[in-house]
Design a binder for this molecule. Sequence first.
Ligand code: 5AD
Ligand code: SF4
Length: 456
Amino acid sequence: MAKVVHIKTFGCQMNERDSEIMGQLLSQNGYVYSDMPEAADLILVNTCSIRDKAEQKVYSLLGQLRELKEKNRHFRQIRIGVCGCVAQQEGRKIIERMPHVDLVLGTQQLYQLPALLDQLEKGELHHKVALDLDANFAIPPFQQLLRETPTQKSSAVARPVQRYVNIMQGCNNFCSYCVVPYTRGREISRPLADILEEVELLVAQGVREITLLGQNVNSYGKTNRVADQAITFPDLLRAVALVQGLKRLRFTTSHPKDLDRGLIRCFAELEVLCPHFHLPVQSGSNQVLARMNRGYSAEEYLAKVEELRRMRPDIALATDFIVGFPGESEQDFVATIQLLQDVRFHSSFSFKYSDRPQARSTGFADKIAEDIKSERLARLQQKQTEISLAWNIMLMHKKVEILVEHISAQTGRGRSAANQVVHFQLQPGRSMPAVGDITHVLIEHAGPHSLRGIAQ
Ligand code: 5AD
Ligand code: SF4
């Protein structure tokens, strides 16, 4: 009988894609996927350690899984694997703290999963901890998984015409607050031919929107392992944009210090590239930015925003903020609010600063009290909600083009090119568009996080 795997994913889109790859690898090795952990023979927890809250969630889930494993002990063996950033960071400590865990898999090791499981099955190993993180690692080709694997249930089901494609992994920036360079290792780019083949296969399978993923996409090709060509990120975008049948292209994440004219020009020149750009600023205070080791000032950031808007006036900008970074004064925080008001981001993710293992700022002395962080976060989020709502209200009584992602009997959901979620109903007499269609919706209601209207 086929074995059943369940994968729980925490964290970023990179992790979502890694979970998908692991699911595809396993389905080639005789596993079927289930949404229910209770039904699984193998439960993988793909973890995130970017902020302390993310990490706490992982440990609390692992605690619950101990009970599940224990309850089933006399009927069947459930194996539990931990992978992703917490696995890389904590390694063997996870097994010391959670002895019911069978497998700990570092961020470069996911391709070894079937082989390691095999060793566990054969009883060659009791536990396995695989953590190698090598600057010379070559990302193996995995696009063929798409050819050989039946579509597996995953987050992709929620947005069946949208997919993520890795273009690189790792980070060389060492922002002082960040754990990623330690959990994901050095920047490594994936060969252009592999990326193109994967995009082509996905589009042939009906995918209409691709998001290219990397921790710092502007460095694509500048660092290790493209080896055979000198390809830049704008070159890559131009090549992917040519894939026939692709309707929308996005990418994430871009570092403001490396954002150059070549990339900005792509927004003006490539029709499939969505006018939506996630450009994390983190703070509006130059003093804080310097201590974060971000490599740009607020003025330099604003100048790039201006140039982006000159090239692509309808571009929707999104960002990340950290509030309560060590030493952040009220004046520093006010500078962040000022920058938010100056740029008028369409949306943002904002977080309270938290200490991370190995990150340099963990050693900074001037930590900010929790209640001050909470109060600043609330002020920032309140301001962002007002601005997001104002942007969305501007679309009232206008027609917005959407890519349809979900339909039910009389209603549907899609996304605008600017990445707004749009719910729609049908105009009487009009037939329901199909998932993957581009259609237009006349907006009748605007909230801060979504729009609603009538499909035309
Ligand atoms: N504390 C709080 N937020 C953080 N982020 C990264 N590291 C930390 C930290 N130590 C946020 C940044 C980043 C996003 C992915 O997570 O805003 O852009
Ligand atoms: Fe979390 Fe960063 Fe790891 Fe993604 S790369 S899972 S955001 S720590």
